[in-house]
Design a protein. Structure first.
Length: 309
């Protein structure tokens, strides 16, 4: 068992039209649920750490928890920095043992994004670490944008090809209609598959990444709301769209919101049904099981990565 890069994972996925799950982690129970699912499914695995996770749990704790998960399960795991905002945080994560980092320069003009990404690539590659970058911008949780504005934020295929050529980046996160959070669509779900096909056609050997790809399954939204939650109208990316995207170069699918919903729904249910309990293990145990079940569902029925390790 070892911390590994995503390079070989993505090469296999590109050839076989499936995607590797990249699951965000914040604490021990989430990590345990994810790795237990991946072990049972014999699936390749990326665990990723966001800025929020670094602030909440501190990187040292998360790295050691991932190391413990490898010892416990015998799995090889790719440890990835999600949405690194500058060179310094990417450098720190490389130096701390991460095997993959994302530099997100999508907020900058094209030339600045290229320069920043190239700087991270040069440092990371010298240390044997792979780099993901982003071109195009995903909408946020509260955005309400019309078609013209939405199209303006999508990844331009010609720019994507130039970006990869100039930066030497290992994988590229693209914007084709997904968004972060639980409220991904105001109307009917939409992904620009023609744009995705064009990008894949121009850079067929580059693994593509889909951010904001949680499904936001209605049963978990309903369960949260049943036991006191207030998240009406949440809507995610339909699972058939994720499966379709994997046919056109999407090798990594980021999943965070679905994990949060599964865990929170189970905790809410348990506490409502057992008001006398105050031992955290009593409700975090079932929550861990809910994470495991959710990840197994994603691996088996959405990503197609069972038995691909």
């Amino acid at each position: 068992m070892a911390l590994i890069t995503s390079k070989e994972m993505f090469q296999k996925a590109l050839k076989s039209d499936y995607a590797v799950g990249a699951f965000n982690v914040n604490n021990m129970e989430i990590i345990q649920g994810i790795v237990d699912a991946a072990k049972e499914e014999n699936a390749p695995l990326i665990l990723q750490v966001s800025a929020g996770a670094r602030k909440y749990a501190k990187p040292a704790y998360l790295v050691k928890l991932v190391e413990a998960a490898m010892i416990d399960t015998g799995l090889d795991i790719c440890l990835h920095l999600d949405h690194g905002e500058d060179f310094e945080i990417c450098k720190k994560c490389v130096d701390d043992g991460f095997t993959s980092v994302m530099i997100d320069g999508s907020k900058y003009p094209f030339k600045e994004n290229v320069a920043l990404t190239k700087q991270v690539v040069e440092y990371a590659h010298a240390k044997g670490v792979v780099v993901e970058a982003e071109l195009g911008r995903l909408s946020g949780i509260e955005d309400n944008i019309n078609v013209d504005e939405r199209q303006a934020t999508f990844t331009d295929p010609e720019e994507a090809a130039e970006f990869v050529e100039r930066t030497g980046v290992d994988s590229l996160a693209i914007a084709i209609g997904t968004s972060h959070g639980a409220y991904k669509f105001k109307g009917d779900p939409y992904l620009d598959f023609e744009r995705l096909k064009k990008i894949h056609e121009l850079i067929p050997d580059t693994p593509l990444v889909l951010h904001g790809a949680s499904t936001v399954l209605p049963e978990f939204v309903d369960l949260c709301n049943k036991y006191g939650g207030k998240i009406p109208g949440a809507k995610g990316v339909p699972e058939d769209m994720i499966r379709e995207a994997a046919k056109y170069g999407i090798c990594k699918v980021n999943i965070d919101t679905d994990l949060r919903l599964a865990m929170t729904a189970e905790i809410r249910r348990y506490l409502a049904e057992h008001p006398e309990d105050f031992d955290p293990r009593k409700y975090l145990g079932p929550a861990r099981n809910a994470i495991k079940a959710m990840v197994q569902h994603k691996i088996r029925n959405v990503l197609g990565s069972s038995n691909k390790r």
